[in-house]
Design a protein around this ligand. Sequence first.
Ligand code: ATP
Ligand code: MG
Length: 289
Amino acid sequence: MDINKFRVPEGEKLDLNDHQTDFTADYTAKDDAVKDLKRNIKRLRKLQSVLYADNKHSLLIIFQAMDAAGKDGAIKHVMSGLNPQGTQVFSFKKPSAEERDHGYLWRCMKATPEKGRIGIFNRSYYEDVLVVRVHPVILQTSQLPDKIKNDPDIWQKRFEQIRNFEKYMTENGVHVLKFFLNVSKEEQKRRFLSRIETPEKNWKFSEADLKERGYWEDYQTAYREAIEATSSERSPWYILPADHKWFTRLAVSEVIVKKMKSIDMSYPEVSEEHMKSLQAAKVILENGG
Ligand code: ATP
Ligand code: MG
């Protein structure tokens, strides 16, 4: 699959209309995609094992999307089969009182993956240039000096802070991938209706989801500007078609596999001394030790 199609080039104008939400590449049947997803998960498992043993790099994968675009399902499916000890998932909701008492990057900085680990952010510091931008009252009621709250350049400044933070991460061995699961408004409606009509899915729907849907266009604009300003060579955004969940999951796995393959990592080399002690232990065990 040509994943470059989904990658947002650094410094270029972005038009979300150029990104088809129901694209499925050459796949006509879900089964073929599921088969390829399974193959990728096997690859990921092997790559993760090297990442873990090497213990020098880590991978941070950020998921952002409108409600019901399939973040949870993509995380569940793509990360299934990985060693749980080597993965960490954090979901960022409305900030707590303690979180509100710090800068917006603070809670995410604390959650960045340890060496050798794959970290997933289900939402992230990008919410602070998305939901916070769409609802000005959030910023106005935050504990920031008035001068900052009322700065007309606040979003440009935050984009720069985010770029700098991501530069810092990548220059310290934390590789960053960012996914925007791009669902259509029609498909969101279908999924909301299904959440209302299926008892087992009722818990997934809240009135707030419908309220946010009313701000669809504002969110599209906020997403476009944030992605355009923060996609870079080192930490690129991928806009993934999200109307077909099976395709989204496969595309996510494809991008992660390619990224991990590009990381210069290996199993640690065993020193001569260690090799000798292994051989000595073998002899002892084989002689009834
Ligand atoms: P689901 O797909 O299961 O609904 P979710 O990620 O939407 O998952 P929710 O608990 O429904 O989880 O919603 C979390 C909400 O918190 C989102 O509406 C998000 O915009 C909001 N949120 C996240 N970060 C911030 C922030 N910094 N300031 C204000 N709201 C935030
Ligand atoms: Mg929600």
